[in-house]
Design a protein around this ligand. Structure first.
Ligand SMILES: Nc1nc2c(ncn2[C@@H]2O[C@H](COP(=O)(O)OP(=O)(O)O)[C@@H](O)[C@H]2O)c(=O)[nH]1
Ligand SMILES: [Mg+2]
Length: 388
């Protein structure tokens, strides 16, 4: 599909920058993107998004220095300057776009406050679906980040057509700081969602066994709410094996049939194993997959590694394991030495990390209120103030 990315805030901008980089490297034209921020230095740090596609907002309020962790200000300046943001998107072109994807770290200020506001306006203006990829903060970043993320997420889920979650805390290693992990985490994000959002694009490598098109991605995400994504990659497909297979099939025509049957089964088993690994491995948001309403299975790799039966069987396996019965999927060829499998668990019913986040946020809110009360009663003992 063709995706228009909007990177909101620092994390969002960096990740969109990487999607654009991937599109350049792969010489495809599936992705378009802009970055929006209140901090000038964050925009300057980007490499692949063109200068004219980096939009600084809130200048009259924060003078290019960013809103810090104040997501209420982030939301306000976004609402105030929504016309400038929409203009920037329009001038980049939207006529051939299949979906909008807003990306933001939900624990900060600009992306946290701005992305739900932008989602609401995009939905009002365009007919195409508006998705979000929201990044959850790690608890070590402090309670304010969790509080921000909980407020942002509960708003975003109502505005976007579907919200994918990537949980920083589930992905950073023990003992590693979140900041040190950013590059690696962003790489993980771009790989997974790169495969997902390229679904349905016919590249140089030909047409798949079971073609998926963008409407299948869109139908999978129709239920809204929160979704999580699994991913697995095969071992490197050795070019030698490929060559000798080609040679064999050319030389030994009569034997070909039996060999094809064997290779077919091998291929199929390989695909099923890969899809299982994708769903049972670490998800972008760790969650109970059995609560997912819908599923999508995507395979990307060299066309001679693809197998219709393998795709069908892995779809059935996903269907047996999730709550709902709708599992879509297919494959698309890419020139690569690997096969990648993506499983989208759409509209999940339960994720411990979200529950935890909401609890932290509730406690934080109560503490904020209590400390306000304390301040107001402390001087409440009869001393007259200077003025009322
Ligand atoms: N995965 C990832 N998370 C990030 C990155 N940069 C910041 N974050 C996280 O995103 C959240 C918001 O930070 P930031 O994007 O700087 O806020 P904003 O600029 O005010 O929108 C925090 O929880 C950060 O830990 C990044 O490059 N990758
Ligand atoms: Mg920042």
């Amino acid at each position: 599909m063709r995706v228009f990315f909007i990177g909101f805030g620092q994390a969002g901008g960096k990740i969109v920058d990487m999607f654009i980089e991937q599109d350049k490297r792969m010489q495809t034209q599936n992705f378009r993107g802009i970055a929006v921020n209140t901090a000038r230095t964050d925009l300057m740090g980007l490499k692949n998004i063109e200068l004219k596609d980096r939009l600084l907002i809130g200048q009259t309020v924060v003078k290019g220095h960013g809103v810090g962790t104040d997501n209420v200000t982030g939301a306000r300046v976004t609402a105030d300057e929504i016309d400038a943001i929409i203009n920037a998107i329009d001038s980049r072109g939207t006529h051939d776009v299949d979906a909008f994807v807003i990306i933001a770290g939900l624990g900060g200020g600009t992306g946290s406050g701005g992305s739900p506001v932008l989602a609401r306006h995009l939905k009002r203006i365009y007919r195409e679906p508006v998705y979000a990829i929201g990044i959850l903060p790690a608890p070590e970043e402090g309670r304010l980040y969790s509080y921000n993320a909980a407020r942002s997420l509960s708003t975003l889920v109502n505005e976007a057509d579907n919200t994918f979650i990537f949980d920083n805390s589930a992905w950073k290693n023990e003992g590693e700081s979140v900041k040190d992990a950013y590059n690696r985490l962003n790489d993980e994000i771009v790989r997974r969602f790169g495969v997902l959002f390229r679904a349905g694009e016919v590249g140089k490598a030909g047409i798949g066994e079971m073609v998926v098109d963008s409407s299948e991605v869109i139908n999978t995400l129709r239920g809204g709410g929160i979704s999580s994504v699994g991913y697995a990659i095969s071992e490197k497909i050795s070019p030698r094996t490929k060559q000798s297979q080609g040679l064999l099939s050319g030389l030994v025509r009569k034997k070909e049939k039996t060999e094809e049957v064997l290779t077919g089964e091998d291929k199929s088993a390989k695909i099923i194993a890969l899809v299982r690994r994708a769903m049972l491995g670490r998800l972008t948001l760790p969650c109970d997959y059995s609560t997912a309403e819908r599923g999508l299975v995507l395979l990307a790799g060299p066309s001679d590694e693809m197998d219709r039966k393998g795709v069908e069987k892995s779809k059935s396996w996903v269907e047996e394991n999730i709550a709902g019965v709708e599992v879509r999927g297919g494959d698309y060829p890419v020139q690569s030495d690997y096969i990648a499998a993506v499983v989208v668990l759409a509209t999940i019913g339960n994720a411990p990390r979200i529950t935890e986040l909401l609890e932290i946020a509730k406690a934080t809110k109560e503490d904020v209120l209590k400390s306000k009360e304390k301040r107001s009663t402390m001087f409440d003992d009869g001393i007259e103030p200077l003025f009322e």
